[in-house]
Design a protein around this ligand. Structure first.
Ligand SMILES: [Zn+2]
Ligand SMILES: [Zn+2]
Length: 228
């Protein structure tokens, strides 16, 4: 039985997604289908924000994140590592903690310095790190949602370019945009005041959150018509 627990790391969550959804993903979904699902469920999450429906938002952003990790699995990208290298307990742009991009009107991306001793170990610790870096009080929930939408757009664009060119520089951009997506997802959960690991472990306590099998045995048509 595959499960998410209170001390699960991002890497372990990614491995969990592979164990549970790797097989149906390989059989039913190509990369563009999966990208479509990342965006499809994220946009339902946005509707949850607009309607002030915390549960709808949380549920859909979690489903979106699982599709996102499926893409990372197919690309063999360690998203925890990429996230850490881009956000090593400092803002990826101003290289400060907390971020001072707004106050100081930082115009050029600063070089981040990685101190491995500060590296968060669990999903909880990553969420806490992002709360310190980007205070939820400094933005509205709607702004956090719009920022996530922006980053999903940039991620999709980088995927589109990479899939067309198969070029190493474009692949590098995909990994950077992936880290930005994780940062903004954490930002949305922080703005929603949702404890991500609690929500994940409530859903993924036993394999697939719907059929409870590993590999997941939800049918293609069930997934395409899934209501959330
Ligand atoms: Zn900053
Ligand atoms: Zn299932």
């Amino acid at each position: 039985m595959a499960s998410i627990k209170s001390d699960t790391s991002i890497k372990e969550y990614q491995d969990f997604i592979q164990e549970v959804y790797g097989l149906p993903n390989d059989r039913y979904f190509d990369m563009s289908n999966m990208l479509n699902n990342v965006n499809r469920f994220a946009m339902r999450g946005m509707k949850g924000i607009r309607k002030n429906d915390k549960e709808k938002a949380t549920n859909n952003f979690i489903i979106s994140s699982s599709w996102f990790l499926s893409i990372m699995n197919q690309l063999h990208v360690d998203v925890e590592q990429e996230t850490w290298e881009r956000f090593p307990f400092m803002c990826s742009y101003c290289a400060s903690c907390p971020c001072v991009c707004k106050e100081k009107k930082v115009e050029k991306r600063q070089k981040v310095i990685i101190d491995e001793t500060k590296r968060p170990k669990t999903i909880q610790e990553f969420q806490d790190m992002f709360r310190v870096l980007y205070h939820p009080e400094g933005r509205t929930l709607a702004d956090a949602g719009i920022h996530l939408a922006e980053e999903l757009g940039e991620f999709s664009e980088s995927m589109f370019k990479y899939r067309g060119s198969h070029n190493a520089d474009e692949f590098q951009k995909v990994t950077l945009e992936a880290a930005d997506v994780i940062s903004c997802l954490m930002g949305v959960f922080n703005s929603l005041d949702v404890n991500l690991i609690e929500e994940l472990s409530e859903r993924f306590y036993n394999n697939c959150h719907v059929c409870h099998k590993a590999p997941c045995s939800c049918s293609f048509i069930f997934v395409t018509e899934f209501k959330s």
